[in-house]
Design a protein around this ligand. Structure first.
Ligand code: ATP
Length: 284
């Protein structure tokens, strides 16, 4: 028996930080949506009671540090499943890029093992399990578009954006999410994105309104430390993207474009400038 699951990448249309909490986490307000760039997971039953992870890329861990491994162990222990599983991760989402690749793999593992082992868990139960693995995992379990509050784990579904294209470009640098949050002075943020404006644009299917409401308070922090991210942003703006923003803590920059022809023009223009560039659709 085997099952397949797709694990799409997420982008933040809005990312706001309200304050730092007593427990050390930041209180956030984020609007997240999925894009059609996905890892593919194959999950196969094993005769031995063990979890084995493999991937075609050599630069991610395949032991208990892998979020898919942690997801498999969690669901196995919680529901006392005495069976083994082999999980192959066909990685397509750039790693440590601000696109929640690991979280989406964890979410896909929970969905896949629920089917493989016939556990009959609801999406809500899978989301509750996901919360134990990371703040972005509940969103990745459910997918779609949502407003995330708290640490990012409290979700309110929103309408998905209208059809459109996303150009994703990742400069060849590694950015640590913890480092960027560590540098952020939550009480000194001078430009907060307007979450109500983004929600209104999504509700009205207003692509131009979505583009003009994009905002991420982590962007200024990352741009200061890594000027190449700023250059990439400027390049995407010059090539004519309708809206441009850094995703999560970076370093991936995404451009939203309504028309396919323009998306291809930007994609081609960026390829000479940056190795990792993708032109994909927004998941509607
Ligand atoms: P986020 O946006 O949630 O901060 P990210 O997109 O920036 O995540 P990931 O691609 O999830 O970052 O990878 C972050 C780190 O997690 C990597 O350095 C990698 O070693 C580790 N990791 C664990 N499991 C996975 C996985 N399944 N895929 C990719 N990286 C993983």
């Amino acid at each position: 028996m085997k099952v397949f699951e797709k694990a799409p990448a997420k982008i933040n249309l809005s990312l706001d930080v309200l304050h730092k909490r007593q427990d050390g986490y930041h209180e956030v307000e984020m609007i997240m949506t999925m894009v059609d760039l996905a890892d593919r997971l194959e999950m196969r039953e094993l005769p031995r009671d063990t979890i084995i992870i493999s991937s075609q890329v050599g630069y991610i861990p395949v032991d208990e540090k892998n979020l898919a491994f942690q997801a498999a162990r969690l669901i196995k222990e919680k529901y006392d499943v005495r069976k083994g599983v082999y999980i192959h991760l066909d990685k397509k989402i750039p790693v440590a890029a601000g696109l929640a690749g690991g979280s989406s793999d964890a979410a896909a593992t929970l969905r896949g093992l629920n089917r493989l082992w016939g556990l009959g868990l609801t999406v809500r139960e899978l989301m509750e399990l996901g919360e134990k693995l990371g703040s972005d995992v509940p969103f990745c379990v459910r997918g779609g578009t949502a407003l995330a509050t708290g640490r990012g784990e409290k979700l309110q579904p929103l309408p998905s954006p209208p059809q459109g294209w996303v150009i994703l470009a990742k400069p060849p640098i590694n950015v640590s999410t913890a480092d960027i949050y560590g540098r952020l002075r939550a009480d000194q943020i001078d430009r907060h994105p307007s979450i109500p404006d983004m929600i209104r644009a999504l509700r009205e299917g207003d692509f131009a309104g979505i583009c003009s409401s994009l905002g991420n308070v982590l962007e200024d922090v990352t741009l200061q430390v890594y000027p190449e991210v700023l250059r990439l942003k400027q390049c995407m703006q010059k090539l004519g993207a309708d809206g441009v923003l850094m995703s999560g803590s970076g370093p991936t920059v995404f451009g939203l474009v309504a028309k396919q022809a323009k998306a291809l023009k930007i994609y081609n223009g960026l390829r000479g400038f940056c190795n990792e560039v993708y032109a994909v659709r927004l998941l509607t």
